[in-house]
Ligand binder design. Structure first.
Ligand SMILES: C[S@@+](CC[C@H](N)C(=O)[O-])C[C@H]1O[C@@H](n2cnc3c(N)ncnc32)[C@H](O)[C@@H]1O
Length: 224
């Protein structure tokens, strides 16, 4: 094993068939990780999305609802849908959203490859820290599905673990090499080019590093 060679996008080490099990197992501690290392990137994603009340918003891989709570809070009269493969993560999201019972939202088990939405019906699609655990072929499949459900010109807001740009960030590559499940299977990806290949226009791509953990935040629109 050569530790100086960066982890490649082809090195997704947890197959999709194991993801629900890994995240059911991670669910009880996920919020500690998600708050310490990812909260700044998640907050920036919400800002970039410019949510107005009344929109149709979808969050794919909603996890424990760390972003979804803020989405529903800003869009209580719109239509909010969150899906995830892991029932353990969803159970925590349902609990987090209990105070918002008067808002319009649904949380359900579902896959990024087969979204429960008609074509061209979504105003904003959020997806945080999911592509960084997928193979390139699965990334392509999910991006095609995202494109299908978004309205022309609609916004896609993504956050992912990315390649480190500042000192210290290689720590997580070292952890991934030894214990990929400890990072929930996530390794750094850079998605701007791939988005363009799938018919999206990248409006902005920003880098955030928190507790040495490197994230990219991308705002893209569905090209007409
Ligand atoms: C690292 S967690 C991120 C959770 C949440 N988005 C957040 O930022 O806190 C990754 C999540 O992606 C979900 N996931 C992975 N592959 C998926 C797929 N194909 N469809 C739906 N959810 C998926 C996992 O179950 C897990 O909850």
């Amino acid at each position: 094993m050569n530790n100086s060679v960066p982890i490649q996008e082809s090195e997704a080490r947890i197959p999709q068939s194991n993801i629900a099990r890994v995240y059911d197992w991670n669910a009880p501690v996920y919020d500690i990780w998600g708050t310490l290392t990812e909260s700044k990137a998640r907050e920036r994603a919400i800002e970039l999305a410019e949510i107005r009340d009344g929109l149709t918003i979808f969050e794919v891989a909603v996890g424990t609802g760390l972003a979804f709570e803020e989405i529903v809070r800003r869009n209580p009269h719109g239509k909010n849908t969150g899906i995830d493969l892991s029932e353990g993560m969803l159970a925590r999201a349902r609990k987090r959203l209990q105070p918002y019972e008067n808002a319009y939202f649904t949380l359900a088990k579902g896959s990024a490859f087969d979204l429960p939405a008609a074509s061209s019906t979504i105003d904003i699609l959020f997806n945080n820290y999911m592509f960084d655990l997928m193979t390139p072929a699965d990334i392509d499949r999910a991006l095609d599905e995202f494109r299908r459900v978004l309205k022309p010109g609609a916004r896609l807001v993504l956050v992912n673990m990315t390649k480190g740009e500042q000192p210290g960030s290689s720590l997580y590559e070292r952890i991934y090499r030894l214990f990929p499940a400890l990072l929930g299977g996530c390794r750094g990806v850079m998605l701007s080019e791939r988005l363009q290949e799938h018919g999206f226009t990248v409006v902005t791509r920003e880098y955030r590093q928190q507790m040495l953990f490197p994230s990219e935040i991308i705002l893209a629109t569905k090209a007409g």
